[in-house]
Design a protein around this ligand. Structure first.
Ligand code: PLP
Length: 374
């Protein structure tokens, strides 16, 4: 009987080249705009915008985490998102976007429409995309969604989308491939901002696109080469180094997130508490079917903007910052940006890897401080 290696072993070893005497386990970043290239210009390494050995190792690593896939790394999550959306559709095509996904993905709608692409939107909850598939060329899913933490059934929607002739892309930023594997669930593309939990230290920007279809991978690579949205070698190397702790970070974040959600459940000033890992959450059942870890984001609503700002200001261990997925906990009042359908007191809380008791003590103290009138 074959033995399937565990997530920790997979993460620690992902993308590392075979051992070679006197070579490091993970070769350092290669800084090169060009490579020695006499005669016929054959690959793999020709010009720095096309290929780089540090990207190659990172892309192999993420491909292994994705369950076997061809991966193209990008300079940011949005570079990866737009590479799929803009390389796969042409004038006259129809794209289905979630109306509650990351707001900058939704901001691509105007660009797509200016190119003659029709855009439809549907909610993430309740698999509402199923009613919007007719004639679509590409369906975009983001599950769990940011910031609302709704979940849709990837396998169900992918089956229906393929029957309707549409490709399916999943933004898997929140889950990472150790939380959920969209390609195993039938998606054509797994896309992510690796700025977030995959790299997990809040110190670099990166994204990737994974696919198992060689033709789709070629189109995405050509897109990267022609728009030049390439990662820096230093970021690619730092990202690869960070993957070795992915399972540890995700496991601790999941423990902390569930503990935080549990501690917030009975607070009278909190409404709309969401965490897909929380039994009883509206997304728990579909999440439990397709996710192996539920991520690090908890969201909830305080009575109003001032109350939420008092809470955020009273936290001492938790950074007030946007983004999520870092080893450092962070939180923000999401409504301060505009663009999301959230209440003024809505807080998106990204749980880090601090000790659970310290995190809960800080949050509880800040809630008590915020409850007192200013
Ligand atoms: N997708 C999701 C779900 C995100 O939350 C983000 C950023 O917040 C992005 C994509 C874009 O990623 P980046 O900021 O790395 O460009």
């Amino acid at each position: 009987m074959g033995h399937e290696i565990g997530d920790g072993t997979l993460a620690v070893g992902a993308g590392r080249p075979p051992a070679e005497k006197h070579a490091p386990g993970l070769p350092g970043p290669v800084f090169a705009a060009h490579y020695h290239l006499p005669g016929e210009p054959t690959g793999p390494y020709t010009y720095g915008r096309d290929t780089n050995p540090t990207w190659t190792l990172l892309e192999r690593a993420i491909g292994e985490l994705e369950g076997g896939a061809e991966v193209t790394a990008f300079s940011s999550g949005m570079a990866a998102v737009s590479a799929v959306l803009l390389s796969q559709v042409k004038a006259g095509d129809t794209v289905v976007l979630p109306d509650d996904c990351y707001q900058t993905t939704r901001a691509l709608r105007g660009r797509l429409e200016s190119y003659g692409v029709h855009v439809r939107t549907a909610r993430t909850a309740g698999d509402a995309q199923l009613d919007a598939l007719d004639g679509a060329a590409l369906v975009w899913l983001e599950t769990p969604s940011n910031p609302g933490l709704d979940v849709c059934d990837i396998a169900r929607i992918a089956g229906a989308a393929h029957a309707a002739g549409a490709l399916v892309a999943v933004d898997n930023t929140l889950a990472t491939p150790l939380g959920q594997r969209p390609l195993d669930l039938g998606a054509d593309f797994s896309v992510a901002s690796d700025t977030k939990a995959l790299t997990g230290h809040g110190d670099l920007m990166l994204g990737h696109v994974a696919t198992r279809a060689p033709g789709l991978a070629d189109a995405v690579r050509l897109w990267r080469k022609t728009v030049g949205a390439i990662p820096g070698p230093m970021e690619a190397w730092l990202a690869h180094r960070s993957l070795a702790t992915l399972h540890l970070r995700l496991d601790r974040q999941a423990v902390n997130a569930l503990a935080l959600a549990g501690a917030l459940l009975d607070r009278p000033e909190i409404s709309g508490l969401r965490y897909p890992g929380l039994p009883g959450d509206p997304a728990h059942e579909p999440a439990a079917r397709q996710m192996r870890r539920f991520g690090c984001v908890v969201s909830f609503t305080l009575p109003d903007e001032a109350h939420a700002e008092r809470f955020l200001g009273a936290l001492s261990l938790i950074d007030q910052a946007t983004s999520f997925g870092s080893v450092h906990s962070s939180a923000e009042r999401r409504g301060r940006w505009g663009g999301d359908a959230v209440a003024p007191g809505f807080v998106r809380f990204s749980v880090g890897v601090e000790d659970t008791a310290d995190l809960l003590a800080d949050v509880t103290a800040a809630l008590s401080a915020a409850a007192e009138a200013p």
